[in-house]
Design a protein around this ligand. Sequence first.
Ligand SMILES: *Cc1c(COP(=O)(O)O)cnc(C)c1O
Length: 402
Amino acid sequence: MEYTDQHLDELQCATLATLTNYQKPDAYGALSMPVYHCASYEFATAKEMSDVFCGRVLDPEYSRVMNPTVTFFENRVKLLTGAANVFAFNCGMAAISNVLFALASQGKNIVTSSHLFGNTVSFLRNTLGNLGVETREINLLDREAVENAVDENTCAVFLEIITNPQMEVADLSMLAEVAHAKNVPLVADTTLIPFTQFDGKALGIDAQVVSSTKYISGGATSLGGLVIDYGTFPVINRRIRYELLFNLGGYMTPHAAYMQTVGLETLEARYKVHASNALELAKRLQNVPEIKRVNYTGLPDNPFHEIARKQFGETSGAMLTIDLEDKASALNFINNLKVVHRASNLFDNRSLAIHPASTIFGPFSGSQRRAMDVLDTTIRLSIGLENIDDIFNDIVQAVRAK
Ligand SMILES: *Cc1c(COP(=O)(O)O)cnc(C)c1O
């Protein structure tokens, strides 16, 4: 069935996530987009071949840069976000590195904070640093600091919308105002809240990057990353589409695109349970005396509660942190979990727990961790779809286990 724009305009996200036009009619009327496991594509004439290779016609030529199953997934994300361009990569880090490679060059700088995913910190400081791109880590909550850091050589203001594991939420409209006044794009890693829950463009974001390994994949089925580009800085589309996909080779595979397309179809239903379980758990954990702090923006007394609601709506995602008495208690807690799994990753169907200081941030020194506000007492929890009483009871028994 062919859907018109007018038809699609009337529908809500949960419905749109099941409807996307195929790029070409399917010979068998397949209800799910077929998985095109092919490396290259045959052309009828020399002219058609030349048109595609020279970019005059957008059609697949080679699956390193375009594949029908991946394009279908990208089109579905486009439909859900209203983006101008969507690029799917083989993981979140590939999406982050591609968008920043598209914007950065020697002598430029990126304004960000030290509150970032560990590999993103390393990519900025080491990979881009070695190529002569400066990273300016500042407090993104402080408007004056942002105004002072952004200059004529700034190529991006980059942040995570809820930082992990600090759970800090910056004011996106303030950042967009300061960045745009100097013609600098605002690039946001929005992995922590599904992009169906807020309007990235209205918040002033120029490009979102998402680890679709998390909410989108439908239960940790596959790795994936997305660049969701609103078209406000055309260099992003130009360089990724015509240069970086070819040269860096980070494009999503067709099988992952298939699984992530199916993941999108259940996103709304899954997310409701993730978010309501996380909120209920956070409330209950506040009353457990062994837990010294519960950090979740969904709690009314959280310092970022209001700004998070204003920007991202009623729900607050499914990641929260708890702090225990000391490092030994935190490690003992991890060792005693029976329902919640000892694993990295976020937004699996299962609940997961990790001690960030000794794992994800383990390679950093103690003083580097302190500078990033990664504490030895903190446990990060990703709340899954299990029964809420079972999750709560497991956490309480693990906190109390000797
Ligand atoms: C997981 C994650 C990434 C990296 O994504 P991968 O798919 O693992 O490469 C980047 N940013 C955030 C916020 C993440 O949680």
